[in-house]
Design a protein around this ligand. Sequence first.
Ligand code: DC
Length: 216
Amino acid sequence: MIIAIDGPAGAGKSTVAKLVGSELGLDLLDTGAMYRVFALAASRAGISENDQSRINSLLQETSIGFSESQPRRAILNGTDVADEIRSLEISQLASQLSAISEVRRAMVKAQQQIIATGDWVLEGRDVTTVVAPNADLKIFLTASIEERARRRWVEMIDRGESVRLQAVVKEVVERDHRDYTRDDSPLMLAEDAVIIETFDVSPAQVAGKVVALARR
Ligand code: DC
């Protein structure tokens, strides 16, 4: 079984996907983490989103993966980077780099290889439309921009980061705009996706709805 969940930043995709995965015994693929790991590699190498030839070389040289152990943690060239990829700077750079077709092609190929065997719940921006267009169940999670930014801010404060709510709102607005309007596979609603509004509903309730739909 493949369950694909798309939606904008902070819609609750990761939390819901984790709960659905553990309830139904599906492995979890966080596709956004892969763009983030690549962004971290670019940031460390001092490569900007405009440097196409260095980005192409970096795609060849970079190994992006996940730990064998659960919950899976993001790995860059053999090293755990799961915490480092969550900063505002890496969020922005991941969004910028994800607009580049060569980057998308490499990530989609790797993601399709990962889900070729086994049962998966995957989440991202293009998993219902490009990565797994034949998924058994497609979900589009959404909430207002204020609510999504507030969630991201709470996550960052809980991790001990000192960041202003307004800075996170600005970051989410910019990222939404870029993710929805890029030319290559923008975030969009698949015709056969079920839309679930996550405002004022607990992740467990949203996951319960997804599980019920999957069982049906
Ligand atoms: O889901 P996330 O916030 O971790 O994703 C980070 C960025 O990666 C997001 O702003 C856009 C990009 N992304 C993408 O283009 N396609 C995906 N399937 C997942 C993420």
